[in-house]
Design a protein around this ligand. Structure first.
Ligand code: NAP
Length: 248
């Protein structure tokens, strides 16, 4: 059984995993957060906050803190930290696994447009609607800044930094949101098209149901690829199994 597990966190799954491991005698669990959110939710076990200083910094941290297993439970779009984890795990020969919740798939009645990036979403938007609900988070909004003809409703936990599209309305809120919440938001702001990352999971899926019910098109930014050859599990139970721990 591994003695010290480092979880690269910032997701609901990371928090759930930490809670399960911290309750287990003989396991030391540390969750690492990037420090992007001003008031992160409570996390069980030890917590460290802030970047490591690249792959080398992470490798040093793993060695210095005698980490036995590394779990990358970061968001599917947190590409840089996952690349660093791959390099640090290779350098230290510490076993690592990626926890990635499954992506979203369209159902009957959905009008989804897949794009490979935020820039791709910006390209697709003008043909789809003038009033846009942008629920891609507060980072990367510069990709939409040149779209002067469109009205954007941007929702994020903390305020985004410029550059933003000139006609932007901010909605500061933290999920999860219900289908009723999302329907009201889409109606109130007379949204014509929604943009989302393919985050997957239940916590932020209500907006997709609301869009379907209102027959709105959805631009879905698909995920960046994972490093080649990495072990991937889709849920917390999969990590527990990978760690050789019995289910709860
Ligand atoms: N991207 C999203 O859409 C999204 C959505 C929800 C939550 N999150 C969470 O927010 C955090 C940052 O996301 P991002 O997309 O900005 O990441 P990113 O682009 O992959 O990472 C940029 C840098 O931030 C630091 N970093 C990222 N995650 C870290 C962690 N868990 N612990 C310590 N340092 C971390 C690393 O700095 P150093 O190189 O200095 O180590 C990394 O090189 C992640 O933990 C992710 O799980 C992201």
């Amino acid at each position: 059984m591994p003695a010290h597990v480092l979880i690269l966190g910032g997701t609901t799954e990371a928090r759930r995993l930490a809670a399960g491991l911290a309750a287990r005698p003989g396991v030391r669990v540390t969750t690492s957060l990037a420090g992007r959110v001003t008031r992160p939710g409570a996390v069980a076990g030890e917590v460290r906050i802030g970047g490591f200083g690249g792959a080398q910094g992470l490798a040093d941290w793993l060695r210095t803190h005698h980490v036995d297993a590394l779990v990358d439970a970061t968001h599917p779009f947190a590409e840089a930290i996952t690349a660093n984890a791959a390099r640090a795990a290779a350098a230290t020969e510490i076993p690592w696994v990626v926890l990635r919740r499954p992506g979203w798939r369209p159902g009957p009645g959905d009008r989804w447009y897949d794009v490979p990036s935020l820039a791709g979403a910006a390209e697709a938007l003008p043909g789809l609607g003038r009033r846009v609900f942008l629920s891609t988070g507060r980072l990367g909004l510069a990709a939409f800044a040149h779209l002067t003809e469109l009205h954007f409703v941007v929702r994020s936990v903390d305020p985004p930094e410029p550059p933003l599209p000139p006609d932007t309305e901010l909605v500061l809120a933290r999920g999860p949101f219900t289908v009723a919440d999302e329907t009201e938001l889409l109606r109130t702001h007379r949204v014509e098209v929604l943009v989302t990352k393919d985050s997957g999971g239940e916590a932020t899926a209500a907006k997709l149901t609301a869009a379907r019910e209102l027959a709105l098109p959805v631009v879905v930014v698909r995920r960046p690829p994972l490093p080649r050859g990495v072990a991937v599990v889709s849920d917390v139970a999969g990590v527990r199994e990978w760690l050789g721990l019995s289910p709860l």
